[in-house]
Design a protein around this ligand. Structure first.
Ligand code: PXP
Length: 244
């Protein structure tokens, strides 16, 4: 039986789509990756429909939903286009992320504090449709307070700065994330985390007791090139379980 303290693993399959899109065809299919994740005990599928469609395409959303029973966490920018798509497909969760066309990846968290008036409509409309709304934010009290004001049930902490830091700086980043997870949980918000997590840096994050879910993509898909996706997901799962 799963332990009540089990940390969920959401696998971000965007980079399977990135490789597929490099040739514009159908292979490798992110849906096949989602099926493997389901088979090896992943807890969810995460995918980002970007404005430029560089990762998954519109049609992939329904295909992923049909292919597995795993909850889909749709990452989306706060735009009317994405809101309409999310309301049409009703994924289990929608994670609102900042999006810049020129960035290589999601570079930082949403400034939920400054964007309250923009975000409130998205949080309300998605929530009213039964979609669990998550805000991808920096692990800062100010952003958590903004999430509380917005009524978001979930926040996901951007772990990119932690992943890039070394030595004492990494310890400080870890403390920031641990404090933020405790503050969110104390206020009834479910904390998640993700970005830049690897076999080498996941353990201290997975050990933060309040975190309920990690979303991990690029590293796992990269490892899958060498070992296959199944062993890569299994190894990450093992490391996460050992940390608890
Ligand atoms: N969580 C969110 C909200 C993301 O946008 C991403 C991808 O940028 C991830 C998790 C996964 O990050 P990575 O691919 O670095 O594991």
């Amino acid at each position: 039986m799963a332990s009540p303290n089990r940390l969920r693993l959401g696998v971000n399959i965007d980079h399977v789509a990135t490789v597929r899109n490099a040739r514009g065809g159908d292979h490798p299919d992110p849906v096949r990756a989602a099926e493997i994740v389901a088979r090896v005990g992943g807890d969810g599928i995460t995918a980002h429909l970007r404005e430029d469609r560089r990762h998954i395409r519109d049609a992939d959303i329904a295909r992923i939903q049909e292919a597995t029973a795993l909850p889909l966490n749709l990452e989306m920018a706060a735009t009317d286009e994405m809101l309409e798509i999310a309301l049409r497909h009703r994924p289990h969760a929608a994670c609102i992320v900042p999006e810049k066309r020129e960035e290589r990846t999601t570079e930082g968290g949403l400034d939920a504090a400054a964007m309250h008036n923009t975000l409130v409509r998205y949080v309300d409309r998605l929530g009213a449709a039964g979609i669990r709304v998550s805000l991808f934010i920096e692990p800062e009290a100010r952003q958590i307070e903004a999430a509380i004001r917005l009524g978001a049930p979930v926040v996901e902490f951007h772990t990119g700065a932690y992943a890039l830091a070394e030595g004492e700086e990494r310890t400080q980043e870890l403390t920031r994330i641990a404090n933020a997870a405790a503050l969110a949980a104390k206020n009834g918000i479910e904390p998640h985390a993700g970005h830049g997590l690897t076999y080498d840096n996941v353990t201290p994050i997975a050990a933060i007791p309040q975190l309920a879910e990690l979303n991990i993509g690029h590293y796992l898909i990269g490892e899958a090139i060498f070992t296959g996706l199944e062993p890569a997901v299994r190894r990450m799962r093992e490391l996460m379980d050992e940390a608890r």
